[in-house]
Design a protein around this ligand. Structure first.
Ligand code: HEC
Length: 114
């Protein structure tokens, strides 16, 4: 019985979180969990780094440094990451990450100090 109540609370807590994230969406884009952030950072280094350079200074793809990205809107960069760029080597990543993930990566790139 106790276990049941415990599970029910967990369920309610989950519902509340879903509700909260729905309400907070317009104010604050949902930030990926810290486990997911680690996955995304590994992806950035290993996969993105293969073309953009291990330190993102550029390689086959352009540098992804704060100064090269400044002036380019978040939406534009998020769309580039999710959809890739037709006719270029930049592949689409939408099967590997959500829009929130891509936005978080853009913020990481903007703050990147190399
Ligand atoms: C196979 C090579 C390749 C991989 C892997 C790759 N990119 Fe790219 N990326 C490119 C190329 C080439 C361009 C430039 C496209 C163009 O000419 O407009 C680009 C462009 C971009 C841009 C736009 C830069 C700008 O200044 O407009 C962003 C942002 C970006 N990539 C992020 C990423 C991220 C994040 C990943 C990993 C999830 C990634 N890329 C993986 C090749 C790659």
């Amino acid at each position: 019985m106790l276990a049941l109540i415990g599970r029910y609370n967990y369920f309610l807590g989950g519902l509340f979180l879903v509700f909260l994230s729905g309400v907070m969406q317009p104010v604050l884009a949902a930030e990926p969990s810290s486990a997911r952030q680690n996955e995304l950072l590994a992806l950035l280094k290993n996969d993105c780094g293969a073309c953009h350079g291990l330190t993102l200074q550029g390689g086959m793809g352009p540098a992804l440094l704060p100064e090269t990205l400044s002036g380019k809107p978040d939406d534009f960069l998020v769309a580039t990451i999710l959809n890739g760029r037709k006719g270029t080597a930049m592949p689409p990543w939408q099967t590997f990450m959500t829009q929130d993930d891509a936005l978080w990566l853009v913020h990481v790139l903007r703050k990147n100090k190399q």
